[in-house]
Design a protein around this ligand. Structure first.
Ligand code: AHM
Ligand code: MG
Length: 336
């Protein structure tokens, strides 16, 4: 049995050996991980902690907020505002950016998060998560504005997610591959459980909300129909389907055994590029997936190359096993 390594030890060793994690970024990751530990405790308590059900409020996307959406958002802000590593934060649950208050020192990093992803699964006790993305402030000017956040995903200094499932796990990249930690509740520590994660390039498993099928664009229908045709169809193999409806859980499965995840544009709301948000859902997940050898596009272009126009921008998402993402992206390109 190899020597157990905690998140703290892993980060310090990375900082020493590779110089890939500057001290401020290490602090930031540790603080986010600590906040996720607190969120995990609330998630676990469920009804005993009075965290189930809806709050009487809506977020900027017009979605009813769950109590846990709000709790998780507050935990992340409280944990991160005082350490001196951040200039500002942005969240799915807040309309504008949250600038670190004057009473605390300001750092040069920017943190974006979806505090509780998969909200529709909270009350049914299915895996949910927290997704985060770290950028560096683009200007050295005093102060910070929303404009500082509007950087392509390729600029991310780190990204990760925490999954609150049968095990609570933290998945992280700082651009040097993908590592996974499992929360040891007795010790209260994140322990390294997997390194060098690789997504198989081919897969027989796809994830999409099939109930939207009649609204899809032709390239998406073509791709899924070919999968459904199975062994006697053009793909000459049978496919399996999974849809957890928590992006963290679907991506976690793909990191573990491969697969392709799709949340495409559809004609119900044609002015919306997709359902998922670019800056705190698609970008961090795309960074992780690419670092594990997978691919991520919006059907036309690499997600990490997209220049965001606004904080809560939406995007179509195709990510996971490289050859499948390339295939469905190719179908989109052929269609124009
Ligand atoms: P949320 O951030 O409000 O929870 O919404 C994002 C979630 C993703 O986790 C998931 O992939 C998708 O929405 C599920 O959508 P649907 O309800 O259409 O299946
Ligand atoms: Mg989400």
């Amino acid at each position: 049995m190899p020597r157990p390594i905690s998140l703290t030890q892993y980060l310090i060793e990375q900082q020493r050996q590779n110089g890939s994690i500057p001290a401020e970024l290490r602090l930031l990751i540790e603080v986010v991980a600590r906040a996720c530990k607190r969120i995990s405790i609330s998630v676990n308590k469920g009804a005993l902690g009075d965290v189930m059900g809806s709050a009487d409020s809506e977020n900027v996307q017009g979605e009813i907020q769950k109590k846990l959406d709000i709790i998780a958002n507050e935990v992340l802000i409280e944990a991160n505002e005082w350490g001196g590593h951040l200039a500002a934060m942005a969240s799915e649950e807040m309309e504008g950016i949250y600038v670190v208050p004057n009473r605390f020192p300001q750092g040069e990093y920017l943190l974006l998060f979806d505090p509780l992803d998969g909200s529709s699964n909270i009350d049914v006790n299915v895996s949910i998560g927290t997704i985060f993305s770290v950028l560096k402030k683009s200007s050295s000017d005093e102060g910070v504005s929303e404009r500082d956040f509007l950087q392509a995903g390729s600029q991310q200094a780190a990204a990760g997610y925490c999954i609150y499932g049968p095990q609570t796990m933290l998945v992280l990249t700082v651009g040097e591959g993908v590592v996974m930690f499992t929360l040891d509740r007795e010790q209260g520590a994140w322990m390294l459980t997997q390194e060098g994660i690789r997504i198989p390039e081919d897969t027989k498993e796809f994830a999409i909300n099939m109930s939207n099928m009649r609204h899809w664009a032709p390239p998406v229908s073509r791709y899924v129909n070919e999968c459904l045709a199975g062994e006697t169809g053009p793909r000459a193999k049978d496919f399996n389907m999974r849809w957890v409806a928590s992006m963290v859980a679907d991506v976690h499965r793909i990191l573990t055994r491969g697969g392709v995840f799709m949340y495409p544009w559809d004609k119900r709301e044609p002015e919306k590029a997709g359902k998922l948000r670019l800056m705190y859902e698609a970008n961090p997940m795309s960074f992780i997936v690419e670092q594990a050898g997978g691919a991520a596009t919006n059907g036309k272009a690499r997600i990490l190359d997209l220049q965001p126009g606004k904080l809560h921008e939406r995007v179509a998402v195709f990510l996971g096993s490289k050859n499948e993402v390339e295939r469905v992206t190719g179908y989109h390109r052929e269609a124009v």
